[in-house]
Design a binder for this molecule. Sequence first.
Ligand SMILES: *Cc1c(COP(=O)(O)O)cnc(C)c1O
Length: 387
Amino acid sequence: MIPYGKQDITKEDIDAVIEVLKSDFLTQGPKVPEFENALAEISNSKYALAVNSATSALHIACMALGLKEGDWLWTSPITFVASANVGIYCGASVDLVDIDPLTNNMCPIKLEEKLIQANLNNKLPKVLIPVHLSGQSCEMSKIKKLCDKYSVRIIEDASHAVGGYYEGEPIGNCKYSDITVFSFHPVKIITTGEGGAALTNDPVLAKNMSLHRSHGITREESQMSGSSHGPWYYQQLSLGYNYRMTDIQASLGLSQLSRLKSYVKKRHEISGRYDDFLKDLPLKVPYHSPNSYSAVHLYVIRLKLNEIDMSHREVFENLRRLEIGVNLHYIPIHIHPFYKNKGFNYGDFPESEKYYSEAISLPMYTNLSLADQDKVIEALVASLETI
Ligand SMILES: *Cc1c(COP(=O)(O)O)cnc(C)c1O
């Protein structure tokens, strides 16, 4: 089976990890801050906080923005469940903004309509989480303008988008958001095994997230109430979690980060080749926004079901039978039983539902060989020809 995504681990990566294993610190040593500095540098942000997953990063980001019971968090229906779940972790309610069928990202026009309505009903969200699906940025300048108008804070879920650019600047620079989050799960662009990061330019948010990442504990006297009892002293100021990244993970991340540019370039080559070979088939290849350089985490095609005589499921199953590890990103948030039980209905977000009925993620990873890519293309041609 050719998988849909796969990590690339080199000898340098392995050596970097072994070096940490032989060192004094497996965690809370020098590698985490080194990785954080490197992340801040590549993304052009002031602060980067490494954590044990993007989910944790989204959670501490919501906490730092004060999301709590009675508040609303809005995100896209087409995302991994974590983008919505973090709102529930904070006791807030979750609502969704339908996608633009061209980009498959959150639609700024629908966002504006929904904000106008929410403003009338006194139910404006505290936090909006636009998701850069497949690694292509949402229309952040439009989204930021709308959120500023209604005082909504923004967390970019850039789990797919490390190494991407928007309007010529790196994703993660937080020019259009309060906080940006990356994921380093093995299927994403670079990996630390499990891991994530939260980036911001705001020192207060950075300090806050740093507290929430480690039990709400500080060792800095300037942050304490009252004076220190001595060199052993620390204070718990709020209820945090253990969301820390280890030095083992950070060393792998640092080593991987040195190849980020070449990884994304390679993904563009694969994507360009898919575009060329698939353009005449009864399907839509991904839209490439002219003001964005995608990190190309995913290559999602949408079947033109009115031009083929098979169901979406049949095409998908044919591909799996031909040993192509296709996938589907994502099942719309609102049709999961957990969210249905919160009052959502099928039909609430028609563009997302239509996307779900047509989308297939083809294999996309830096080491996908030309021969394997040819197999994917041939399998797709064969699957669609069995009409
Ligand atoms: C992978 C992913 C997450 C969660 O990342 P983890 O590092 O696995 O916690 C969140 N949002 C999106 C869009 C993702 O793809």
